[in-house]
Write a new protein. Structure first.
Length: 156
């Protein structure tokens, strides 16, 4: 995988078979933020663990979601399939994707606040995801998501 930063990583990973559905399950059914889940995996791919950056990342994402993303997403979802609203739906989807890109830019900037660690990208991703779950009092079921991301054992 070419290193183009967190956003390029996310776009690449998200289009892999099974990743979108698994990520949306983590978001809609388990209460995780997809951007933070992807960030955990991206950090693992870079040989890093979250460390002390997680509280800052959680604050950034929570504030952004409350102010922006969680206003755009429900509106977009509410008009999905409404006859005549296809153009508005696509524009709202584009706006939501731009919200995601902007928040990922802020998370990307936290790379220097994370710690270098030993381990495979998958092991470090799991470690990061477990820390995210622990810090937010959630029980994460990440297997389907990780299977899609690490198609042949490692990120390709």
């Amino acid at each position: 995988m070419t290193d183009h930063g967190f956003w390029a990583f996310s776009v690449d990973v998200y289009k892999r078979p099974g990743v979108e559905a698994a990520a949306l399950n983590l978001q809609d059914e388990q209460g995780f933020d997809v951007n933070l889940v992807l960030w955990c995996v991206w950090l693992g791919s870079k040989g890093r663990v979250i460390g002390k950056a997680l509280p800052t990342a959680l604050t950034i994402v929570d504030q952004w979601n409350e102010a922006v993303t969680h206003k755009v997403r429900p509106l977009r979802r509410s008009i999905k399939g409404v006859a005549g609203a296809e153009t508005v739906y696509r524009k709202l989807l584009d706006a939501e994707l731009e919200c995601e890109r902007l928040i990922q830019t802020r998370l990307d900037a936290l790379l220097g606040d994370t710690q270098v660690a030993n381990g495979s990208p998958r092991d470090l991703a799991i470690r990061n995801l477990q820390e995210y779950a622990r810090q937010t009092d959630k029980v994460g079921r990440f297997d389907c998501f990780l299977s899609g991301v690490f198609q042949s054992g490692e990120i390709v």
